[in-house]
Ligand binder design. Structure first.
Ligand code: ADP
Length: 441
């Protein structure tokens, strides 16, 4: 036993004196030192970050997210890491255009702005999930040394103005003022994205009411009704009546239903939430959720409602591939709305195909037929497109069109005037027949 103890003692002495243990001890102290250094650096960084770095975070749910990204890539032409999006648009004349939008790619970028170093960090890795699916959640972080909110504000403003400069092709110095005024006056189109509403494109310069030519009093009356409704919130609330109003515009296609709604929205500075029930992903529950989340100061537009509910039994619809049912739509229309007003516009080419439940009073409070051109519309459209014409020319135009005893759709008339815009007036009179021949159905 004492011999064993002796051997053990000897082994310990050998081990302690050997290089092996001293190496282990050395390594352990090195790691400890590096942990302490890391922690200290982290602490110092955090301290500086909190006290000497200004940071701005923008998420992709905010309007300025894409404006800022585009401005950053435009401002930094030497940027090497970027991503591209191809944007296709249909112009009013029906031509398709496409262009490339460049944006900084995911990760970190640095650039100088008015002498300040700006760090940009774009993170595209997260998703937000809801019962209606997942959508990408992206963030953009701009940071700079110093307590310097001003410089980040300036970047925001410049990104904003640059977006408007691009859209409306106006001089950069006046873009800021202009951007302000368009934000004030512009109409933003909004479309559903999963369970909420998202901007579709940039705010548009609203179409003027005077550019939509309808029979006398039609626009004035509907505008007065909207104004009365918007000004009457307390009347509804005091009586416990849901504060909402529905308008149905019906009549043949191309007579100005959509144009009028756009112009009305612009006139009262409202946005337009466009709902397409033919979206195959849309469900009854989602519709209720969307209706409950309509942003304030917005019209809701349901276009061509007859195409969605061709059958009358309230079951899933035949035309289109929508999952939305008539009863689901009725629920959504009657659902809880906030105390803000809800103004709904529905359009249809065939009012007689609509289920009476959909257009009963309370769901539709104001119906307006928008039809083919009356004499008044013919003469107003003539003046608008041929301002050089005399009063006699105007009367002759109406008389000549009426000789054919065929109805004239305003969109065809617009097409006719566009086609002959560089021709003499006499030529126009001689070719009135084109109104029914050259137009595409
Ligand atoms: P609808 O919604 O009745 O089908 P739109 O409003 O979409 O018709 O009109 C289609 C095109 O015709 C638009 O470019 C619009 O400028 C023109 N248009 C139609 N009706 C009118 C009108 N009453 N006044 C001025 N333009 C009109």
């Amino acid at each position: 036993m004492s011999e064993k103890m002796h051997l053990l003692k000897h082994a310990i002495v050998v081990a302690v004196s050997s290089n092996y243990v001293s190496k282990v001890v050395g390594l352990a102290s090195l790691s400890l030192a590096s942990i302490v250094i890391d922690e200290t650096i982290g602490l110092i960084k955090r301290y500086f970050w909190q006290n000497y770095v200004t940071e701005l975070e923008v998420s992709n749910s905010d309007k300025c997210y894409h404006w800022l990204l585009q401005w950053i890539s435009k401002y930094n032409e030497h940027l090497l890491h970027f991503s591209v999006t191809t944007v296709c648009r249909n112009t009013e004349s029906g031509h398709a255009t496409s262009k490339f939008d460049y944006e900084p790619s995911s990760g970190e970028h640095m650039f100088k702005y008015k002498g300040h170093t700006i760090r940009v960090k774009r993170d595209r890795s997260s998703m937000i999930s809801s019962e209606y699916g997942s959508r990408p959640y992206e963030t953009l972080n701009l940071s700079t040394w110093g307590r310097n909110r001003q410089v980040l504000n300036e970047i925001l403003e410049e990104g904003w103005c640059s977006a408007f400069h691009k859209i409306y092709s106006i001089d950069f110095p006046s873009a800021r003022l202009y951007a302000m005024s368009v934000m004030e006056l512009g109409t933003t189109l909004m479309v559903p994205s999963y369970d909420t509403w998202h901007n579709f494109g940039e705010p548009r310069i609203p179409r003027s009411l005077s550019s939509v030519i309808l029979d006398e009093g039609v626009i004035e009356n509907i505008l007065k009704d909207i104004h009365d409704f918007v000004d009457d919130q307390s009347w509804y609330l005091e009586r416990g009546i849901p504060y909402r109003r529905g308008y149905l515009l019906y009549g043949p296609p191309g007579c100005g239903k959509t144009s009028m709604i756009m112009a009305l929205a612009g006139e009262i500075k409202y946005n337009l939430c466009v709902l397409s029930l033919n979206d195959s992903k849309m469900s009854d529950d989602q519709l209720v959720q969307l209706m409950g989340e309509v942003p304030s100061k917005s019209f809701v537009l349901l276009e061509d409602i007859d195409a969605m509910f061709a059958n009358r039994d309230g079951k899933t619809v035949i035309e289109g591939s929508t999952k939305v049912t008539l009863s689901g739509l009725l629920n959504a229309l009657d659902g809880v709305v906030s105390s803000e007003c809800r103004i709904l516009f529905m359009t249809t080419n065939y009012v007689d195909r609509l289920d009476s439940a959909l257009i009963r009073s309370g769901r539709v409070d104001y119906k307006q037929y928008i039809g083919t051109c009356s004499d008044h519309q013919l003469s107003q459209m003539f003046i608008r497109f041929r301002p050089e014409g005399t009063i006699d020319d105007k009367s002759r135009f109406v008389k000549d069109v009426r000789k054919y005893s065929k109805p004239v759709v305003p969109s065809h008339l617009q097409e006719f005037f566009l086609l002959h815009r560089h021709k003499e007036l006499n030529y126009v009179f001689e070719h009135i027949n084109d109104l029914w021949q050259n137009v595409q159905d």
